[in-house]
Ligand binder design. Structure first.
Ligand SMILES: [Zn+2]
Ligand SMILES: [Zn+2]
Length: 226
């Protein structure tokens, strides 16, 4: 079966209509997609650098925080996406609205690519989410680990968590660029985009391919669409 990224330029009428309505309702005249990407990138990189320079002569055991935090983040990505992003949960309805009701209608397996930088609005997290990831996840968990285990563990956790967040943003962004562009043609982007494109098929989005970055948890939980 072929997916939309094999035939760029053909946007189904229902997707085109949803995009036009979304842009009119949500994307203001001053919105700049490249500025949005730069804000996310600079904000996350700043947090990573601050956390990384605080790490002081880590032991090998402390450095194991990096793969452990990576796996926890991969599981968190999977659980958040399979859970509240695809199933309306009390208090988290905004995640379902933005993801299932908006992102999945703006981009389908038949129309994966943004048409201009203004369509990045429906790919990247709003900048407030960067503050949430940093303030409500990376910092408190990092502080707790720092207090319970060792300061290096806390800083390494925070740095890895924010690096994972930025990897998620960059990869997901790359999948929704034109497949024939420079970034779209990179081997790693091609392979991972195929995984995410299958998830954008409305018939499969509730069942398979919930990892956005690397399909580790999809493999563990048997939701990998081959
Ligand atoms: Zn997507
Ligand atoms: Zn989804």
């Amino acid at each position: 079966m072929t997916h939309g990224d094999d035939r760029p330029g053909v946007i189904p009428a229902d997707v085109a209509a949803f995009r036009a309505a979304y842009r009119a309702a949500h994307v203001g005249p001053r919105y700049r997609g490249w500025r949005h990407l730069a804000t996310t990138t600079v904000g996350a990189l700043a947090a990573i650098v601050v956390a990384a320079v605080m790490v002081d002569a880590p032991t090998w055991r402390e450095l194991l925080t990096i793969p452990a935090a990576f796996l926890v983040a991969n599981l968190g990505e999977y659980a958040g996406h399979r859970g509240p992003m695809h199933h309306r949960r009390k208090g988290l309805g905004i995640l379902h609205e933005r993801h299932t009701r908006q992102h999945h209608r703006f981009y389908t397996d038949a129309a994966m690519a943004a048409e201009s930088h203004r369509d990045f609005h429906m790919v990247l997290f709003p900048p407030a989410m960067l503050v949430f990831f940093l303030g409500a996840l990376a910092t408190p968990i990092g502080l707790a680990l720092g207090a319970l285990l060792a300061p290096n563990v806390g800083w390494l956790f925070a740095a890895t968590a924010m690096a994972y967040f930025l990897t998620y943003e960059w990869l997901h962004f790359a999948y929704h660029l034109p497949a024939d562009g420079w970034l779209g043609r990179r081997a790693v982007v091609r392979v991972l985009r195929r995984h995410h494109t299958a998830h954008h098929d409305p018939r499969r989005m509730q069942r398979t391919n919930f990892n956005i970055t690397f399909p580790i948890a999809d493999w563990v939980f048997g939701t990998l669409d081959r």
